[in-house]
Design a protein around this ligand. Structure first.
Ligand SMILES: NC(=O)c1ccc[n+]([C@@H]2O[C@H](COP(=O)([O-])OP(=O)(O)OC[C@H]3O[C@@H](n4cnc5c(N)ncnc54)[C@H](OP(=O)(O)O)[C@@H]3O)[C@@H](O)[C@H]2O)c1
Length: 289
């Protein structure tokens, strides 16, 4: 079976829906913490079982019969949890279930020296995969376009986008990454390792995003750049937890160091079409509002 974790999250859910277009639904298992939220997947004929990375017993049942396991990365660290123990539990459970291959949702800047803290966990998880004895693929995702839009959220209301100095980011749509994951899962693995960066079609900074948002909404949005220290103080004033503030500031630092700037043709090749642009993701978001 093909097992996909995080099946009620944005990415995992979209991967399951794309996977059943590639392989029979009876060969797909979806795992999540609240299976009642995955009724639409069960209705497709997908096996839905509860699975929590913090509960190895649940994973043993959730991964039963697995030939491949796609692990959607956890963001537990942002909320005081232990991401690496969770990923270790998932990898161990995949091996114990007899899986031949693990596919993991990493990110394009995965390295221990990244200025963006979540990259350290991605790099450490890729190291675990390298040592796990199974075939593995780390999907080196571009930065999620939805994260950029979430960061633009307030500006769409106030007309002012306040950020630290940033840099170009190859924003990438969930829908494209989900489709690529389903294609990669359905292919027989040729070799283990990370993919090239799977990115959207262009790299844009927050000034570019503000300009696109102004254009699409018909509302002027100005850009204000604040010093890192000032932004850190504002985040603390608003009661933003320390790890979350470190992620926000780390994103700007990594972006201005060019960690997410590389636009790579691999996603377009996999999909056989141009990846979705940030402008299209934003237009859909504004239309929904
Ligand atoms: N590349 C990027 O730019 C980027 C940006 C943001 C996040 N990320 C990473 O990508 C992941 C997926 O993103 P997303 O947009 O799909 O986020 P999301 O909608 O928040 O989904 C996160 C998923 O992680 C699952 N999860 C959390 N804790 C878990 C646990 N203890 N055991 C099992 N599953 C657990 C959740 O499970 P439930 O469905 O059961 O709640 C949920 O399905 C995130 O978790 C984060 O690691 C990447």
């Amino acid at each position: 079976m093909f097992i996909v974790t995080g099946a009620t999250g944005q990415l995992g859910h979209a991967i399951v829906r794309k996977l059943v277009e590639q392989v029979p639904a009876a060969e797909v298992g979806a795992t999540c913490r609240e299976p009642e939220k995955a009724a639409d997947l069960a209705a497709l004929g997908v096996r839905v079982r509860p699975g929590d990375f913090g509960d190895p017993e649940s994973l043993a049942l959730a991964f039963e019969g697995a030939r491949q396991v796609l692990i959607v990365s956890s963001n537990a660290r942002a909320y005081g949890g232990d991401t690496l123990t969770q990923h270790r539990n998932a990898i161990d459970a995949a091996r114990a279930a007899g899986a031949e291959r693990i596919v993991y949702t990493s990110q394009m800047a995965a390295r221990a020296t990244s200025a963006f803290p979540p990259m350290h966990d991605h790099a450490a998880t890729e190291d675990m995969l390298r040592d796990c004895g199974l075939a593995w693929t780390a999907l080196r995702h571009g930065f999620y376009a939805s994260s950029g839009i979430a960061m633009l959220g307030e500006a769409l209301k106030t007309g002012v986008m306040e950020t630290a100095q940033d840099g170009p980011v190859a924003w990438t749509a969930h829908a494209d990454l989900a489709e690529a994951a389903a294609i990669i899962l359905a292919q027989t693995a040729r070799e283990s390792g990370p993919t090239p960066p799977l990115t959207g079609p262009e790299a844009l900074d927050f000034g570019d995003l503000a300009a696109i948002a102004s254009d699409l909404s018909g509302k002027p949005i100005s850009r204000r750049i604040v010093a890192d220290d000032a932004l850190q103080a504002k985040l603390a004033e608003r009661g933003t937890p320390g790890p979350v503030a470190a992620i926000v500031l780390g994103l700007y630092r990594a972006a201005r160091a060019g960690e997410f700037a590389n636009v790579d043709p691999t996603l377009e090749r996999l999909l056989g079409r141009k990846p979705i642009s940030m402008r299209d993701v934003m237009a859909a978001h504004i239309a929904e509002d």
